[in-house]
Write a protein that binds this ligand. Structure first.
Ligand code: ATP
Ligand code: ZN
Ligand code: ZN
Length: 606
């Protein structure tokens, strides 16, 4: 049964956080007279405020600001509210308060939103232009449940043409225990941050010479990609998908048909303008775009052959490379990049097949996640909103198809006994979708992948199959990408496993450590044997001590270290040390090779 998704809103905590922003501004202006104020909202884990300060601030000054804030809290100042007509408000903001940014914002509220009055809140001697709400007295703020934790630069209104301000961030919670727990979780998240581990474990690099958001996969990262592609190949081959391959660049017209141009043009790299008779030869001009999605190409694959209802469902899959011109400010490690490879597929079905196939796709998603040991997720069904006044611009206006496809998708979920939430108004413009929402090890929720039903776009491309009655009909299309992109998925896996991958996924699966040079030959024999079995194995030939070598293996989070010396060579055994396990175990070499190959083949998590 679905649950209507509601954003948990802790009204009291929101007031505390928002009030703390005021108190911080008040403290900063007391400590650094002449400070000008920008915005100071409550956010997910606390609050921030943007300032233009008369001096450069450093982290070491945050405790003094906190102490001043505690004084204000202890003074039990009440918040009082007042609305002033625009003119009087501007006189106050520009005169008594002397706040140019607030004045600009007040004018904007008047000009763009028609505000005739401006709302103010005062506590102690501090006045801020603000809509509220706040706590009634500063003494309602738990003084031990907040903490200032970061300084950052931020442009006024987020626009780099504007002044650069100093943003101070604070965490704030209802109790000290909640704050401590949160701070500990943040600390853990920092340790697992894929940007940190990605560098330490030499998984990827982003270089200026190449460009923002365009990761290079180092050998370790490429090994993980290879394993994911191999997995996808097996899963999809067994589920009856067919591989296709499509180019990275494409003529403008295709995106006009798909509707990406003009709707999505901002999200695409600008076009390359080519002249067909040779560059610059004055031939007919044609503009080419890097593809931002694979769907139009798969539609063209469909259009390139004749299809009867007997060929359906037809499932095209491709680890498709796509490029999206994400805003520079939104880029983040591997989580949001500009060049990426997607575990994509498009499935063409008749209306009769839709429900069963949609269900099969959901089950495939579940199989994928089970394999990685991922259980902390739920599904979210996004529907259209027929009551939305802008529905004509947001959705394909076809109530009949919306009703049918939403009914089928809902039935598919109900029959599976799925636990899902409903999210009205969040559908794609061409149909309902089911998002897979994951809760990360550090408690964040995020969308890993989406399963979408599309009842509209195939018609735009004129796609058709011949039905039983001999008539040409338009198929429905399912878009799915259970592992999303390599980039976001690997970022997630790095953090999920804290860099300690299960053997099948680990960039280096085994390191062989001879106890001294005397046993190099035996080590080499083991290396060759494992490599023949396609195991990613390394032989440590360095002159470091054995203890150092074992240490190094642990730092690299290699799942299996094999220590070999005289006893092992004579008995043809190996001493196995697994990552994170103290005890080591001696095994016959042949038995170890057999065990390892089973573990990898079954993708077992030991
Ligand atoms: P978002 O809302 O995060 O921008 P989207 O809704 O545009 O994503 P889709 O077009 O559905 O995403 O792409 C499918 C999947 O590709 C997403 O679920 C996500 O896992 C991944 N993805 C999308 N954009 C990026 C990106 N810029 N960098 C890395 N992965 C991405
Ligand atoms: Zn306020
Ligand atoms: Zn698609």
């Amino acid at each position: 049964m679905p649950v209507i998704e509601e954003k948990p809103q802790d009204e009291k905590l929101f007031r505390i956080r928002h009030s703390l922003a005021h108190v911080m501004a008040q403290a900063v202006q007391t400590l650094y007279p002449g400070t000008k104020l920008g915005f100071g909202p409550a956010i997910d884990d606390g609050f921030y405020y943007d300032f233009i300060l008369p001096k450069t601030l450093s982290d070491t000054e945050l405790p003094a600001i906190e102490a001043k804030m505690r004084d204000i809290i202890a003074a039990a100042q009440t918040f009082s509210h007042e609305d002033l007509p625009l003119d009087a408000a501007l006189t106050r903001i520009e005169g008594q308060m002397g706040e140019p940014f607030k004045a600009a914002y007040a004018r904007e509220l008047a000009d763009k939103k028609g505000h005739r009055e401006i709302s103010f809140y005062t506590n102690g001697g501090f006045v801020d232009m603000c809509e509220g709400p706040h706590v009634s007295s500063t003494s309602d703020i738990p003084a031990d449940a907040f903490k200032l934790h970061a300084l950052a630069g931020a442009y006024w209104r987020g626009d780099e043409r504007n002044a650069m301000m100093t943003r101070i961030y604070g965490y704030a919670f209802n109790t000290k225990a909640e704050l401590d727990e949160y701070v500990a979780a943040v600390e853990q998240a920092k340790q697992r941050d894929h940007r940190k581990l990605g560098q330490e474990l030499r998984i990827y690099a982003i270089r200026d010479e190449i460009g923002k958001g365009l990761p290079l996969w180092l050998p370790n990262g490429a090994a993980i990609r290879h394993e994911l592609e191999k997995l996808a190949h097996e899963m999809e081959f067994r589920a009856g998908y067919k591989k296709v391959a499509t180019p990275h660049i494409t003529k403008r017209g295709l995106y006009e048909t798909s509707g990406h141009i003009p709707l999505y043009e901002d999200g695409m790299y600008p076009p390359m303008v080519l002249e067909e008779e040779g560059r610059g030869a004055g031939g007919p001009e044609e503009s080419y775009y890097l593809k931002p999605m694979n769907c139009p190409h798969h539609h063209m694959v469909f259009a390139s052959e004749k299809h009867s209802y007997r060929d359906l469902p037809l499932r095209y899959t491709e680890y498709g490379s796509v490029y999206r011109f994400e805003r520079a400010g939104a880029l983040q490690g591997l989580t949001r990049v500009r060049g990426m490879a997607m575990n994509d597929a498009h499935i063409y079905v008749t209306p009769e097949q839709l429900k069963e196939e949609f269900q099969a796709v959901m089950k495939l998603h579940e199989r994928y996640y089970a394999l990685f040991g991922l259980t902390n997720y739920f599904m979210r069904l996004s529907l259209w909103d027929p009551a939305d006044p802008k529905r004509g611009a947001k959705y394909v206006d076809d109530p009949e198809n919306w009703a049918l496809s939403e009914r089928l998708v809902t039935e598919a979920l109900e029959e599976m006994g799925a636990n899902y939430k409903l999210s009205p108004g969040e559908a794609a413009f061409y149909g309902p979708k089911v998002d897979f929402q994951f809760i990360t090890v550090t408690g964040r929720e995020f969308t890993l992948s989406t399963n979408q039903l599309d009842f509209a776009v195939p018609a735009r491309f004129g796609l058709a199959y011949t039905d039983k009655d001999g008539k040409e009909k338009t198929p429905y299309c399912i878009h799915r990408a259970p592992m999303g992109t390599h980039e976001r998925f690997i970022a997630f896996l790095i953090e999920h496993f804290g860099g300690a991958f299960p053997t099948w996924l680990a960039p280096v699966q085994v390191v062989v450590i001879p106890v001294s040079d005397k046993f190099l030959a035996y080590g080499k024999k083991i290396e060759a044997l494992l490599r023949e079995d396609l195991v990613r194995v390394e032989l440590d030939t360095s002159s470091a001590t054995m203890g150092k070598k074992i240490q190094e293996g642990a730092t690299r989070k290699v799942p299996i270290l094999l220590v070999v010396g005289g006893k092992e060579e004579t008995e043809q055994t190996v001493t196995v040390r697994r990552y994170g396990i103290k005890e080591q175990k001696a095994m016959p070499l042949a038995g170890f090779v057999e065990m390892l190959s089973q573990e990898i083949k079954e993708r077992r998590h030991v």
